[in-house]
Design a protein around this ligand. Structure first.
Ligand code: TRP
Length: 338
């Protein structure tokens, strides 16, 4: 039996933008692969997004859109538990209890809060300018997301590892005080490898990221996807000149997103670029074709789910029921303990 058997994995997804290709390759697919080994929970951390999104319509849209994207990418709501954080009020009750066992100093040292302070100080502002208590308390809420589901492992990007360590610390404080009555499972972060082990470049060659505004959104209509790929900057090397595929972001994207069924196309493209038999325009057409073939079925599923009254809402409601049962058990034990 694998050492993951019977263990619980939990992934929180902050709905703060449209899902893009970099998310799919670097986060969505690696996290979905864990469902094969672990008892897996996935949730949309909509109340976490509230620290920065103040437009209700927009937050509602991102929450549905991100949920639909994960389902379209293959999340199976029958084999996993998939829910909206705000549908599970138990989380917010436990949040209070856990803030009472968390040192303020720990929060002072959290990366996101410290970065905000440093920016303020550098700009000559009050250190806490623009910092709301949601941002400050963010790591406690995240710890509760994790602990209330008795999570063993949390797959996250490197930037979130500290938060999972905080969850372990906070569990430890609680267990130290109340461990005779109830003990939380102490979680561990795992940083899953993306399939290729490389980061996906964005439209400008830097890592594809919402904060660089260089992403390829996953569910663009076909014509927009084509236009966006056309706009990836390339140099003026003539068609006949030999080219280094590995220094071209168009080729790197192709190489990383191509499914095994397109391996021949990738190998052939590499050969022709190196031999000087392919221009950037043709390379972009190849990328568009491969990407569009890969994304078309997902796009269709996504659009179905985004229709008002689609099964999306029901799926999330069923997930919330299951999540609440689980959370209620833990919260009940905690209430007795405190
Ligand atoms: N903080 C995470 C992010 O910004 C999202 C998140 C919230 C999360 N709660 C979580 C991730 C619990 C893992 C577990 O991406």
């Amino acid at each position: 039996m694998s050492e993951a058997a019977g263990k619980v994995s939990l992934t929180g997804i902050k709905p703060s933008g449209e899902v893009h290709l970099g998310n799919l390759i670097g986060a969505v697919r690696p996290a979905l692969r864990l469902a094969e080994e672990y008892d897996s929970l996935y949730f949309i951390a909509d109340y976490h997004a509230l620290t920065s999104i103040r437009d209700a319509e927009l937050l509602r849209h991102y929450s549905r859109s991100v949920a639909a994207a994960w389902l379209a990418a293959g999340l199976d709501p029958k084999r996993t538990t998939f829910y909206l954080q705000s549908d599970v009020p138990e989380i917010f009750e436990l949040n209070w209890v856990m803030s009472c066992v968390t040192g303020k100093g720990l929060m002072n040292r959290a990366h996101a809060y410290k970065a905000a302070r440093d920016r303020n100080v550098e700009a000559g502002e009050d250190p806490d300018a623009g910092v709301n208590m949601g941002l400050f308390n963010y790591p406690v809420l995240m710890a509760v997301d994790i602990l209330i589901m008795e999570t063993d492992v949390v797959p996250v990007g490197k930037d979130q590892v500290q938060h999972v360590e905080y969850a372990a610390d906070i569990a430890g404080s609680f267990n130290h005080l109340y461990g005779d009555a109830y003990s939380f499972t102490v979680p561990k972060a795992i940083v899953p490898e993306s399939g290729t082990g490389e980061t996906l470049p964005g439209l400008d060659g830097r890592k594809m990221s919402k904060s660089y505004d260089n992403t390829i959104p996953l569910f663009l209509p076909e014509n927009k996807l084509k236009k966006l790929i056309r706009r990836i900057p390339t140099d003026s090397t003539p068609v006949e000149a030999p080219k280094d595929p590995d220094s071209s972001s168009v080729f790197q994207i192709l190489n990383q997103v191509a499914p095994p069924s397109a391996a021949d196309v990738v190998a052939d493209t590499r050969k022709r670029l190196e031999a000087g038999g392919m221009g950037w325009g043709e390379l972009k057409n190849v990328l568009f074709d491969v990407l569009n073939t890969e994304l078309a079925p997902m796009r269709e599923r996504y659009e179905e789910l985004m229709e008002p009254g689609s099964e999306l809402d029901e799926t999330l409601a069923r997930g919330a029921d299951r999540a609440r049962t689980r959370a209620g058990r833990v919260l009940g034990a905690v209430r007795r303990a405190v």
